[in-house]
Design a protein around this ligand. Structure first.
Ligand code: FAD
Ligand code: NAD
Length: 438
């Protein structure tokens, strides 16, 4: 077996791993990056970038083929040279193959040319991310369904599409395909779409999707799926659904069961790797990104990578805080959130006050005929804002001011003393703050 020595091994190269490998190499460390598929991971090739390009084309009234052209351009036709070249010019050595931990600081990689044992003197940064999780619905496994790995190669919007799962991926793509011309049925087993978000947010998005002609069915279990060569048929409690294509968007499976966690004393059956405030997970092991369970977002992977890099470089640096994590679902209107929802705050035993305001109750919302709602969650005693949601056009941008507030633990009275430009969407935030009564 070939043996390679280095300072740091990056195992799995998603967004955080890519950033960390480059930064560590530029700081003078020797770095080996191990990747089984495409360097850069889910976000640029099968995630954020292609989905947002599809959403953009749909919003602008363009065709699926024009979206496909820009997706091929952005992904370099699913080649990762745009990611490997900057890494290699920073000095990172890339080893292609499936890697497994083999004790502290060691990774064994199965490459096309045989096994390679890579030893990292400082350690290993784990960034193995997730794959689509496919539910065990009878008949599904034998059918040509799509997940996020296939859907962005589509050149034409199908006449009809069934979408299984109404989380971020399901809602974003159901709306995009609807606007690109497909007749869409969105099937969700839970009682509401976008269930982790505030109920007010789910309600607005469900209403908008239905107004756009999407058949949204919640509390719907699919009992069986079949494909007759041209069409899917889904058997559900609320009747059969026939569609030309089926997109499965029912959650993610972390890449943790086959990475040798047991060789460093961790549980290989766990769904996340627990990390401390420096993103350390075990002896000479750091972990970043989706596998840490702090939010499956690109910005989380990058945030944690920055922290792990400081620690690996033995520098004084920031430690990880998670009280003000922000998130955006890129439906129209966008669903943005930061910190705790009302339900999460109550589960933690906080005495909370909430304030809400409808977007169309504000001059800008009325002018733009926009749907949406802003909700602010604050600690009743201190007045500190602990969470907020913004469902609005540019909600992902508007939430920025509330992210600052939750991050800096500002109070409702402090925020109410601000100037809010007229007539902007963010003036709705002022109304929601006032509605808290603080
Ligand atoms: C359709 C879709 C849309 C999304 N949109 C957004 C969005 O708008 N905004 C946002 O913030 N997030 C979005 N996300 C989530 C985002 O893509 C992820 O959170 C992000 O990619 C960070 O993931 P990661 O760094 O944990 O690793 P990943 O990107 O999952 O990369 C992990 C890498 O590790 C490799 N790997 C795994 N196991 C091994 C192994 N044993 N050996 C070698 N290599 C291995 C994989 O091949 C992969 O390349 C979206 C996701 C999807 C699917
Ligand atoms: N804009 C963004 O930041 C963005 C966009 C897309 C994805 N992501 C990330 O990717 C992750 C995965 O997204 P996702 O949408 O696949 O998963 P998800 O876990 O967010 O949603 C999956 C949905 O499918 C439903 N479901 C599960 N099994 C089902 C079944 N058999 N029938 C019907 N419904 C079923 C669940 O109740 C849930 O509502 C998210 O956690 C998110 O962090 C982020």
């Amino acid at each position: 077996m070939r043996q390679v020595e280095t300072d740091v091994v990056v195992l799995g190269v998603g967004s955080g791993g890519e950033y960390a490998a480059r930064r560590l190499a530029r700081a003078g460390l020797d770095v080996v990056a191990v990747e089984a598929r495409l360097v850069g991971g889910e976000c640029p090739f099968w995630g954020c970038t292609p989905s947002k390009l599809m959403i953009h084309a749909a919003r602008e009234g363009r065709t699926a083929s024009s979206a496909a052209r820009r997706i091929r351009e952005a992904t370099h036709d699913w080649h990762d040279d745009g990611h490997t070249e900057p890494m290699e010019s920073a000095g990172v050595r890339i080893v292609r193959g499936h890697g497994r931990l083999d004790g502290p600081g060691r990774v064994r990689v199965e490459t096309d040319e045989g096994s390679v044992l890579v030893t990292g003197r400082r350690g290993v940064l784990l960034n193995t991310g997730t794959s689509p999780a496919v539910p065990p619905v009878a008949g599904l496994a034998g059918t040509p369904y799509w997940t996020n790995r296939e859907v962005f190669g589509v050149e034409e919007a199908p006449g009809s599409l069934a979408v299984l799962g109404a989380g971020n991926i399901g809602c974003e793509l159901a709306q995009a395909f609807g606007r690109l011309g497909s007749r869409v049925t969105l099937l969700e087993s839970a009682e509401r779409i976008l269930a982790p978000e505030e109920p007010e947010a789910s309600e607005v998005v469900a209403r908008v999707l239905r107004q756009e002609g999407i058949d949204v069915r919640t509390r719907t279990d699919v009992e069986r799926v079949s494909h007759d060569g041209t069409c899917f048929e889904l058997t559900t409690g609320s009747g059969a659904v026939r569609a030309e294509h089926l997109l499965v968007a029912t959650g993610r499976r972390p890449h943790l069961d086959d990475v040798g966690l047991e060789t460093v004393g961790l549980d290989p059956t766990a769904s996340t790797v627990e990390v401390d405030e420096h993103c350390r997970a075990a002896e000479r092991l750091w972990a970043v990104g989706d596998v840490t369970g702090h939010g499956a977002y690109t910005h989380m992977s990058l945030y944690q990578a920055r922290i792990a890099v400081h620690d690996l470089l033995e520098e004084d640096g920031p430690t990880a805080e998670y009280h003000a994590v922000s998130r955006v679902t890129f439906t129209d209107p966008e669903v943005a959130g930061v910190g705790l929802t009302e339900a999460q705050a109550r589960e933690r035993g906080l005495a909370v006050v909430v304030g809400t305001a409808e977007v169309d109750s504000s001059p800008r919302g009325w002018i733009d005929e926009a749907s949406g709602v802003v909700k602010v969650v604050a600690d009743a005693g201190s007045g500190v804002v602990v969470g907020a949601s913004v469902v609005a056009p540019y909600g992902g941008e508007v939430v920025g001011l509330l992210s600052t507030a939750v991050h800096a633990r500002l109070t409702v009275p402090t925020l109410r003393g601000m100037h809010f430009a007229y007539p902007t969407f963010h003036r709705v935030v002022e109304r929601a703050l006032r509605d808290t009564g603080l």
